[in-house]
Write a protein that binds this ligand. Structure first.
Ligand code: URA
Ligand code: CA
Length: 435
């Protein structure tokens, strides 16, 4: 076994760590044999000197194996999962998961909670009265086999090495390091057991990657590394220069997903959800092209099968299935406050992260893991990039409750919207596909 000093020395001078050396590092981290400052020194050495693709593959697999690896191979058919790098009003999972499950591809999904300005799938699902995101592994497997869909929380034993490394990255300026992001995201997806994994890499003012170049770079790296792990990966690079959906907040986002599944509404959220779902169907061999996949998913909306599958999932996980057909049964805000334009012009820019912070100030999100959230809180955006706005036009509705800090939310929203005298170009919605 190679000691931590030797490992640090090698990476400090740009050496390539062998598979065994990476194993020694990750097992030392997981078993708490190394001090935080030693692990942090390695993170910084990786940040400065990088990692080869081979090292990143080995790091990913070692991190995945640092806890329980779910083996879904006993289940019939293809098991799929999806991951988003995180955004605002980004409810694609709730739309695409039931639709894909209706096409015979099994959705075995472990999701996370929201933190900072981004939302989390678990918080959204828990806004449905009674819905539980915890399930034993046996029942998870059984549910995926029989119902074809389960969305649950990540267990403590899922890639524990990532939890330790992530906490240290957060305080050592090593969050935005490509091999560390890639191994962090992929290790959790691989440990969760799916054969097919589709990544939604967000790009823009509400995303971890602000520019197209950075997002494409990350997407290419994740797909290249992912495809070397024995699973099938694809990625879409999609826009996050404004909230994807109109609704931002937990029960509000469930409502928008239900409106799409019931065929009541369309828009950007639907387009991106179906595009991601179509990638899953293509990688799973259900359709030959993504265009055919979108067509098939549209049929599952029109027939009502997608909405029914969502209701079945809700019922199976202890929630109120009636809320799926009658969203007025979801939590609603005590009060709705309108925000109107004070002058006229064109909406030329949106600081999407500030929209997320506005929703958080209303009680829809958390700053620290322990913070309480209000499922009903959030906002509905009425202005889109490029819109011509007249004085007095409705910009947003704030859904407020007991936890709301209204003035802070108003200030975030005011700072988030940039107006100009001339129309600005609208960004593309889907920038590209990486295979
Ligand atoms: N999300 C993760 O899970 N890990 C990262 O490193 C970045 C985003
Ligand atoms: Ca999300």
């Amino acid at each position: 076994m190679t000691g931590i000093n030797e490992l640090l020395y090698k990476k400090r001078f740009g050496g390539e760590l062998s598979k065994e050396e990476i194993h020694d590092f990750v097992s030392g981290v997981t078993q708490k044999r190394f001090a935080d400052y030693q692990i942090s020194a390695m993170l910084m050495a990786i940040a400065v000197n990088g990692m080869s693709d081979r090292e990143t593959v080995d790091l990913t697999m070692e991190m995945a194996a640092s806890g329980d690896m779910l083996d879904l191979s006993a289940l019939s058919g293809v098991k799929a999962d999806k991951h988003s790098t995180g955004g605002v009003g980004d409810t694609t999972s709730l739309v695409l998961a039931p639709l894909v499950a209706c096409c015979g591809v099994k959705i075995a999904k472990m999701s996370g909670r929201g933190l900072g300005f981004t939302g989390g799938t678990l918080d959204k699902l828990e806004s449905i009265p009674g819905f539980s995101v915890s399930m034993s592994t046996e029942r998870f497997m059984q549910t995926v086999e029989t119902l074809g869909i389960a969305i649950i929380g990540q267990t403590a034993s899922l890639a524990p090495a990532d939890k330790i490394l992530y906490a240290l990255r957060d305080v050592t300026a090593t969050v935005d390091v490509k091999p560390l992001i890639v191994s962090s995201i992929l290790s959790k997806k691989i440990a969760a057991g799916a054969d097919v994994i589709v990544l939604d890499v967000k790009c823009g003012s509400g995303a971890m990657m602000r520019t197209y170049e950075d997002a494409a770079d990350l997407a290419k790296a994740m797909v290249a590394i992912g495809n070397r792990t024995g699973r099938k990966f694809a990625a879409l690079i999609t826009d996050m220069n404004q909230p994807l959906g109109r609704y931002v907040g937990n029960a509000l986002e469930v409502r928008e997903a239900l409106d799409i599944l019931s065929g009541k509404t369309g828009g950007e959220l639907k387009t991106v959800s179906l595009a991601l779902g179509a990638q899953i169907l293509r990688l799973s061999g259900v359709v030959a092209t993504a265009a055919e996949g979108v067509e098939l998913l549209e049929k599952k909306i029109a027939s009502g099968e997608g909405l029914q599958k969502f209701a079945d999932m809700v019922q199976n996980q202890g929630g109120d299935p009636e809320a799926v057909f009658d969203p007025t049964r979801l939590p609603t805000a005590e009060k709705i406050v309108e925000v109107r334009a004070e002058k006229s012009g064109y909406l030329t820019g949106v600081h999407t992260n500030l929209i997320g912070y506005a929703a958080k100030a209303l009680g829809a999100g958390r700053e620290k893991k322990e913070d309480e959230i209000d499922p009903a809180a959030g906002l509905v955006m009425h202005a889109r990039l490029g819109d011509r706005i007249k004085t007095g036009d409705l910009l947003a509705q704030l859904h407020i409750g007991r936890l709301s800090r209204l003035e802070e939310a108003r200030a975030c929203l005011r700072d988030a919207l940039v107006f100009g005298d001339a129309p600005a170009e609208k960004p593309p919605l889907i920038y590209g596909e990486i295979e």
